[in-house]
Design a protein around this ligand. Sequence first.
Ligand code: C2O
Ligand code: CU
Ligand code: CU
Length: 493
Amino acid sequence: MTSTRSALAVALLGLVLVGCSAGSPTVDTVGKVTFDTPLAIPPLAESTTDATGRHTFALTAQNGTTEFTPGMRTQTSGFDGSYLGPTIVADRGDDVRIELHNALDEPTTVHWHGMHLPAAADGGPHQLVEPGARWSPEWTVDQPAATLWYHPHPHGETANQVGRGLAGMVIVRDEPEAALPLPRDYGVDDVPVIVQDARFVDGRLSSESRDYVGVLGDTLLVNGTVGPQFEVTTDVVRLRLLNASPARVYNFGIDDGRDLALIGTDGGLLERPYATPSVQLSPGERAEVLVRMAAGETARLQSRDVGLGGNGLGGANGAADRFDVLELVASAALNSVGTVPSELVPMERLDDLDATAERRFVLDGLQINQQPMDLTRIDEVVTVDATEVWNVRNNMALPHSFHVHDVQFQVLTIGGDPPPPQLDGWKDTILLHPNTDHRIIMRFTDYTDPTTPYMYHCHLLQHEDQGMMGQFVVVEPGQRAGTIDPGDTHDQH
Ligand code: C2O
Ligand code: CU
Ligand code: CU
């Protein structure tokens, strides 16, 4: 069944390349959104601390109903609630343990997107949790301060489960970040902005695919709020932008074109703020930006002029769509957060002369290197502590993306050119431009395990569900990959 569906999708992808440059109907909500609902702020996840200092967070994945607009009840899912989940905050060096309870009526997993941790704790498709069962991964947080997130990853069901609301933010803190004069009062001047697009049909969340990439909705949800308004009380506000949408690429900016200060990307802070009027995010990517506000003003976060690399794509993947996203309303008097730093954190540059392996990945026809995902096949074997260059090619005229578990990488070149400043920091997910090579570099430290793989995949959720994914293990020098027990992968559809 899966292979029939994939074959059909491949055929359709061929068609879209020939016939689609006129694009699908454009969604344009600019000027049409009524911002009358206070932005929901996900609660901070509570934890208990045991005698060894370990922090335990309990999370329950559950079904529920959500009233996105008054009087309309929608079937949704969330962690500890009916939609989305609490924000988990952890310090570098913390030992953390999660106690996940699956109260859904289907198997799920929880993946810690962007986190460096053992493969068995990663929550990929091999760490399946049956309905009613519990799962308790543990690890030590050991990476720079960053905005990460968590979401289910059961093979073939990720788009469904994330699309119903199973996602949440993770904030990692560390001493270098804490020493900087940045806004960090959660929900006050340091604000999670989880952006998803949805389409409601008779009160239900539609899962209908558009442009062969998945759901491209016409209603934006920010932290699950439709028409969100946030009251700003400081002269500078820090937004932690997370694109948790199944397929849509955004280009975020303020309606009057003022500069944002981009201070962080997927894996942490940049070396210095980058002033830019717009920040592009494909599904799974994050950005931390500072927005300067004047007392009493109203500013709108929008998404416009997405631009997916030309090639006659027209409106494919919603590239022509425009949105009003979030209204920021500044109080009549603002507290000052002080001078924004001009230097942030030093960043170690990885050097391709140090790379001991160069691998090539070609994304084409919902496959990577001409193979669909096979949960029992280990595609790549990486030696621990190796620095590797991965040359990732999108061989199609449609955009895809590329996400690697376990590591943060640096972008060396895109189409032979150095990356734009937006992609100059630590990344775990990037948009792949059509018919272009992307060279990325990373180091695989810690956590060897020859039989439990990490994933790499397109983060358009429908594509990853359809098999645009591969698996790698990290092993000791000289060690071989083991065999994945097929029992491990039962019942996943
Ligand atoms: Cu955000 Cu493999 O996923
Ligand atoms: Cu991930
Ligand atoms: Cu894709």
